[in-house]
Design a protein around this ligand. Structure first.
Ligand code: MEV
Length: 306
């Protein structure tokens, strides 16, 4: 049984989404592949299953698998800690494998379970990464329910509605800093800032407005508009303290060749993304400034049996 799930790019709204603001995420053509089969003991990639080394897989199995022991092997095209959704993709593909071995794949239930696992391992989170990896293509997440609704997910007093977003052909280049920055502490640092500084609360709301405008710009394929919104979103994320000198340098370096650029995901390290028709020049600028360029394609399917 081989299951795959895509990595993701957050185009608008990371961090603000944790506070109930909308966000836009796109699935990208970097996939996590996972095989799962029954075996005498629990094994992951040749090692005994461990809650420390395999936190997401351990949580997924402990919560949602009642059968005999399994061997799980994963192969990833998504650099770990890159902000491109490798932990969501491993969670979604493993849960997809468990479901296929028992009741069969059910996407809304899978998205809900994947969010539970990610929250347990990572702490405070939103369901955006796990939902886009499940659904593929594009998702728009909001606290209000609108057209193209896919499913809704709740946690404590928060409730999110996840919607399908049709993604036009976009030419995107990721710049990976090579710095692994765990999401949990970055989310906590934004929470601290927002609870002590009223300006930060307004920045979060402004990011929410950018996500609403960004979803509209995507629907009408307004690439100029998307680029401007990405630049504004990056400045607000930097104000919230989640950019880094490396990310700012990459965003600056690609500016002459792109319509817009911003950090993507939790920040602190990880990656930035540029919307550009000049893929070669943008990639060279990223490399010259110490990043690893990765040209990505959108419009890809979500979790699936291979
Ligand atoms: C991480 O990819 C996105 C964050 O908004 C956290 C989350 O939504 O769970 C930073």
């Amino acid at each position: 049984m081989m299951i795959s799930a895509p990595g993701k790019l957050i185009l608008f709204g990371e961090h603000a989404v944790v506070f109930g603001e909308p966000a836009v995420a796109l699935a990208v053509d970097l996939r996590m592949r996972c095989e799962a089969f029954r075996s005498p003991t629990y094994r992951v990639n040749g090692q005994a299953l461990s809650p420390d080394r395999h936190a997401y897989i351990f949580s997924a199995i402990s919560r949602y698998w009642k059968g005999e022991p399994l061997t799980v092997n994963t192969v990833s095209e998504i650099p770990s800690g890159s902000g491109l959704g490798s932990s969501a993709a491993v969670t979604v593909s493993v849960l997809g494998g468990l479901m296929s071995l028992s009741t069969g794949m059910d996407e809304p239930l899978l998205a809900e379970r994947a969010f539970q696992v990610e929250s347990e391992v990572q702490g405070r989170a939103s369901p955006i990464d796990t939902s886009v990896s499940t659904h593929g293509n594009g998702v728009y997440l909001d606290t209000e329910r609108g057209d193209d609704h896919l499913w809704s997910i709740s946690m404590d007093t928060r409730r999110w509605h996840i919607h399908h977003l049709e993604v036009p052909e976009l030419s995107l280049v990721v710049g990976y800093t090579g710095i692994h920055a765990p999401t949990g502490p970055l989310v906590s640092s934004v929470k601290r800032l927002v609870s002590t500084d009223p300006k930060a609360r307004r920045w979060v709301e402004e990011i929410g407005e950018i996500s609403r405008e960004g979803a509209r710009a995507l629907r009408r394929n307004d690439q100029e508009g998307l680029g401007e919104l990405m630049d504004r979103n990056h400045r607000l994320l930097a104000s919230l303290g989640v950019s880094s000198p490396q990310l700012d340098a990459l965003v600056e370096a690609v500016r002459p060749y792109s319509r817009g650029a911003k950090l993507t995901g939790a920040g602190g390290g990880g990656s930035m993304v540029a919307l550009t028709d000049r893929v070669r020049e943008t990639s060279v600028a990223i490399r010259k400034n110490g990043g690893r360029p990765i040209a990505v394609h959108t419009g890809v399917p979500g979790v699936r049996v291979e």
